[in-house]
Design a protein around this ligand. Structure first.
Ligand SMILES: Nc1ncnc2c1ncn2[C@@H]1O[C@H](COP(=O)(O)OP(=O)(O)O)[C@@H](O)[C@H]1O
Length: 200
């Protein structure tokens, strides 16, 4: 499992970890965005909460994540669960199925840096690669032209998401205290990964 505040680097570290270990990346936020894009009933409900940076109700998220964890690829290759659980009740739902992580990676980044990261974050819809207009600019003008920005990646909304994260992270950490590996800001992405990848 990997946990961290918005723009703490979950997505970027997940890409490095899943490439190296052949794990299946399961991100609750991505699953929800797929429901929103598909216009499903759950997606329409979830959108209201996501626009406010609030947690989407468990009756939508828990079954969605459980189903994805139980799919054959995750069972065979192993999974890296990103952005779930975000509450004790969500963690309890996995405990009830005897689903526990071998490692719980906790990314820790100062909040002022997070806001700057979010506002400049962009996504390439063709490759799925994450860029930052200042710190990790796109390689070509063609890529730059097609980059998209998440609707909740505004300064106003990221502050709501940070508040939600602070409210929930402490509850969850107590459940995984035996497998937590804290990873603090200060290393660039690749050296951070290299330095800490011994634990995975
Ligand atoms: N485990 C979860 N439980 C409830 N809502 C979630 C969960 N994970 C993600 N969401 C919703 O999806 C939004 C985007 O999540 P995510 O892509 O992980 O971005 P962030 O890193 O900002 O949390 C969150 O702001 C929240 O509204």
């Amino acid at each position: 499992m990997i946990s961290g505040a918005p723009a703490s680097g979950k997505g970027t570290q997940c890409e490095l970890i899943t490439d190296k270990y052949g794990l299946v990346h399961i991100a609750a936020g991505d699953l929800l965005r797929a429901e929103v894009a598909a216009g499903t009933e759950n997606g329409i409900k979830a959108q209201e909460y996501m626009n406010k940076g609030q947690l989407v109700p468990n009756e939508i998220v828990v079954s969605m994540v459980k189903r994805r964890l139980e799919e054959q690829d995750a069972q065979e290759k192993g999974w890296l669960l990103d952005g779930y659980p975000r509450s004790v009740s969500q963690a309890d739902a996995l405990e009830a199925l005897n689903i526990r992580p071998h490692v719980f990676i906790l990314l820790q980044v100062p909040e002022d840096i997070l806001v700057e990261r979010v506002v400049g974050r962009r996504l390439d819809p063709v490759t799925g690669k994450i860029y930052h207009l200042t710190y990790a600019p796109p390689e070509t003008p063609e890529i730059e032209a097609r980059l998209t920005q998440r609707s909740d990646d505004t300064e106003e909304r990221v502050k709501l998401r940070l508040k939600t994260h602070r409210q929930n992270v402490e509850d969850v950490l107590s459940i995984y205290s035996d497998v937590i590996v804290p990873v603090s800001f200060g290393s660039i992405t690749s050296s951070l990964f290299a330095e800490k990848s011994r634990f995975v």
